[in-house]
Design a protein around this ligand. Sequence first.
Ligand SMILES: Nc1nc2c(ncn2[C@@H]2O[C@H](COP(=O)(O)OP(=O)(O)O)[C@@H](O)[C@H]2O)c(=O)[nH]1
Ligand SMILES: [Mg+2]
Length: 211
Amino acid sequence: MTDTIKKAVLDFRKTKFVTSAPDISKLPEDLGAEIAIIGRSNSGKSSSINAICDQKNLAKTSRTPGRTRLINLFTVTDKKYLVDLPGYGYAQVPENMKRQWQKSMTDYLQQRKSLCGIVVTMDIRTPLRDHDRMIIDWSIASNLPALILLTKADKFGVNKRKEMVGEVRTALSEFGGNFKIIAFSALKKIGIDETREVLKNWFDLAHTDNE
Ligand SMILES: Nc1nc2c(ncn2[C@@H]2O[C@H](COP(=O)(O)OP(=O)(O)O)[C@@H](O)[C@H]2O)c(=O)[nH]1
Ligand SMILES: [Mg+2]
């Protein structure tokens, strides 16, 4: 009964922007439950957040890769947050800038106690590139649950989508973790409820007291 009420109350459509921070020292106190969305630049992180929250411009999306250099924090409800992290792997920016925002990403991942799960976005056409594998490895080592979203699934038909989910599952089995993999499209609204369900469960399991 309590469970039913809890789940019904968490409405991603009510998610609001909280703040943008250049590094973790500028984030609010580390006291809640946070789910970070992480992936290559242009892999659809911001679009996924907008789709999950059913809002058009909550997270800024861009045709120009590498625009999200800040840690963007959104609140779903009291002490439950979604975090849009700076993307990795985009080559066409100066080296020092790249280092700066990849540092804010790794600092966040390594130090933030509120982090209760990560969503890794990978373009369904080009999954599991180097940095993706590193992040997934890291999530296993850190004992943190990871959800893999194969984004832009509208680029493929149903059969090819299933095939790609299967391929990624096989490739990840050698990592030894237990991953949920979802074919996702912000554009065509594919996999959204399934994704919300996973995030809700993580929030429900999280302690919002990191003392
Ligand atoms: N076809 C298609 N394109 C998408 C989808 N999601 C994002 N994109 C496009 O991919 C590009 C990068 O998206 P964005 O969300 O800004 O990626 P981010 O850099 O990872 O935050 C934009 O041009 C989006 O329009 C999707 O579900 N389908
Ligand atoms: Mg973005």
